[in-house]
Design a binder for this molecule. Structure first.
Ligand code: ATP
Length: 589
């Protein structure tokens, strides 16, 4: 069952709490402004403002036309009750023509507004994507518990943010304008009715406010649990084979159902307050019509107003109730909007912090030079709780290799993460070329979505290479028959599932030989291969004149490396001579 905090219906008012609420509101406005302003001051701002101005113009046109329609409505009902046929026909024709004009204004306004929404969404999504991929935020964000499901924030929350921003700002403006137009109509017929409309709307607002206190936190949870549920299903799809091997379906189904139950509990908890809110709003708007008749009837019977005035007053009265009750009727939608603003605002804050240079914390400095060297490097985990390697200094001779060995979990891959710039907590200097000149091959090479050609070309999938060249490089890594087997270079398959890990690792080396970089980082990238294949690939690597860092466990790798460092854990390490299989000279602290 949902165990989230539900606030008391009647809050205790205190200055401190009020200040906190004002601060919270300021924070929401700041988030909203931070996300919204980027498009409206961007290079596309001229088109954006022009379209917005057009929408506003058509709103004004539609609203004034609709007030005119109200006038003709009064006229023809009065003519009807007075049995004035000519007048009736005349005002009916005017009513019909005005209605057509109104409809065309509404269609044009909707068209322009939808276009504006799409342009804004296109721009903002690209903007978030740029910042998500810049500074490797997509990788760093995994360590941040507050930013759950960034994918949902980019794919859905942006759409919702734009839709609601336009809807609520324009809707509020439109409501105020309508209020002005209909206020004078109602005021001219019956003053008291204006006050009744305002009081009714205030009552509606109070009720909605108290129910909204329950709904707001539920709407926040709703968005998060919806995303968690979908992600749990994606996770099963991505790991389907491992789950099938472990016969983990029961466990996985339990996990997915657990996420769904969490979502359902929130949705159930929302039903009662939402229904009460809908009921109260509907009840009020229906009963106020009777109230309006009650107030108008004495004037009508005294002959002070016509029947047409009554017909005109009812929509004017309900409009005024709608105007003053705008917050009440929009309350639930606004709480959802607040949830979306918070999700996007915190995400934008995170992306901004990620782009800014690191603070005064001790970090590993990377200097771009055409060599691989470490100088007094200390590597810590991102949470800075553990020192994995301390004060490591070494330089890899050109066209040679260094091998990092050591027990599992000792910190070998973490040194590579520091070299790649993924981790920077620690101290010292790393000298390396630009990452564009280094090819990193992890233990499980990343298989992109797409054709076999794309797999081989990755990460430079736009490069033009002849089929013969691609086949040639596949032969170099002992994958000669792969193209024939899968049915061609342009076949698209789920490569992570259809190729064995050893084949994927050979494909990783095919990428390396194809792009022939000066530098390579190989993280247990031959661990799934037989010794003969491993030796073959390392021979080719040496022939290719590449300077490389390897991580591996097998002693058979030692002859291919000039330098061997054994990582001992807890910050300790030592150099091993390539002639000895197990260590001698202790060099580190
Ligand atoms: N994001 C992280 N935050 C904190 N600690 C982490 C993180 N990622 C890894 N670690 C820890 O850092 C330590 C070193 O991890 P690393 O991946 O470098 O080990 P390794 O020597 O390459 O192991 P293996 O041979 O098993 O691949 C491990 O104890 C691991 O649990």
């Amino acid at each position: 069952m949902f165990s989230g905090e539900i606030r008391p219906l009647f809050p205790n008012f205190s200055l401190k709490q009020t200040m906190e609420k004002i601060e919270k509101l300021r924070q929401f406005l700041r988030w909203f402004w931070q996300v919204a302003k980027r498009y409206w001051i961007s290079q596309e701002r001229f088109r954006a403002w022009q379209l917005l101005a057009a929408v506003v113009i058509f709103i004004i046109l539609a609203e004034t036309t609709s007030a005119l329609l109200n006038r003709y409505l009064g006229e023809f009902t009065t003519a009807l009750t007075n049995k004035e046929l000519d007048k009736f026909h005349h005002s009916l024709v005017l009513f019909g023509v005005t209605l057509l004009v109104l409809l065309s204004f509404l269609i044009i306004r909707s068209f322009i507004q939808n276009k504006l929404e799409l342009y804004w969404r296109e721009w903002l999504t690209k903007d978030f994507l740029n910042r998500y991929f810049a500074g490797r935020a997509f990788y760093q964000v995994n360590g941040n518990k507050e930013i759950d499901n960034p994918d949902q924030r980019i794919s859905e929350d942006i759409e919702s943010f734009i839709d609601k921003s336009l809807f609520y700002s324009l809707d509020l403006g439109e409501t105020i304008l309508r209020g002005f137009l209909f206020f004078s109509i109602l005021w001219s017929i019956n003053h008291k009715l204006v006050f009744v409309a305002i009081l009714t709307a205030l009552a509606q607002t109070l009720v909605s406010f108290f129910i909204g206190r329950i709904l707001t936190p539920l709407n926040f949870k709703n968005l998060q649990y919806q995303a968690d549920f979908r992600y749990s299903l994606v996770h099963v799809r991505n790991n389907s084979e491992s789950i099938a091997f472990y016969k983990g379906e029961e466990q996985e189904q339990g996990m997915v159902q657990g996420k769904f139950s969490q979502l359902l509990a929130v949705l159930h908890a929302k039903i009662l307050p939402s229904s009460v809110l809908v009921g109260i709003n509907a009840g009020l708007s229906l009963s106020v019509v009777i109230l309006a008749y009650l107030f108008l009837a004495p004037q009508y019977f005294a002959g002070q107003i016509t029947f047409g005035d009554i017909t005109r007053s009812i929509p004017a009265f309900t409009t005024i109730v709608g105007v003053f009750g705008w917050f009440a009727t929009s309350f639930e939608g606004l709480t959802l909007f607040a949830a979306v603003i918070k999700r996007l605002g915190t995400f934008a804050d995170y992306l901004q912090q990620n782009q800014q240079s690191p603070s005064s914390e001790s970090v590993i400095n990377t200097l771009i030079e055409p060599r691989f060297a470490l100088s007094h490097v200390t590597v810590k985990t991102p949470d800075q709780k553990r020192v994995l390697v301390e004060d490591l200094s070494t330089e890899i001779p050109k066209s040679e290799g260094i091998l990092l060995m050591g027990a599992s979990g000792s910190g070998k891959s973490s040194i590579l993460r520091a070299v790649a710039g993924l981790w920077d907590k620690g101290a010292g200097y790393i000298y390396r070329p630009n990452t564009a000149e280094i090819l990193f091959i992890p233990q499980r090479p990343y298989m992109v979505l797409g054709s076999l050609r794309n797999q081989i070309l990755y990460p430079h999938t736009n490069r033009q290479m002849s089929d013969t060249k691609l086949q040639d490089v596949l032969e170099q890594v002992n994958l000669t028959d792969l193209v024939d087997r899968v049915g061609g270079l342009d076949v698209e398959l789920n490569w992570a599932d259809v190729l064995s890990l050893g084949e994927q690792q050979r494909l990783g080396f095919a990428r390396l030989f194809l792009h022939n970089p000066h530098y390579a980082v190989l993280d247990e990238s031959t661990s799934a291969l037989d010794v003969a294949n491993e030796q073959h690939l390392y021979h080719k690597l040496r022939e290719a004149d590449i300077t490389y860092i390897s991580v591996g466990h097998r002693p058979t790798l030692i002859p291919f490396h000039q330098l061997i460092v054994e990582i001992l854990g807890h910050g300790k390490w030592r150099f091993l001579s390539p002639n000895e299989s197990q260590g001698t000279s202790l060099v580190s602290s």
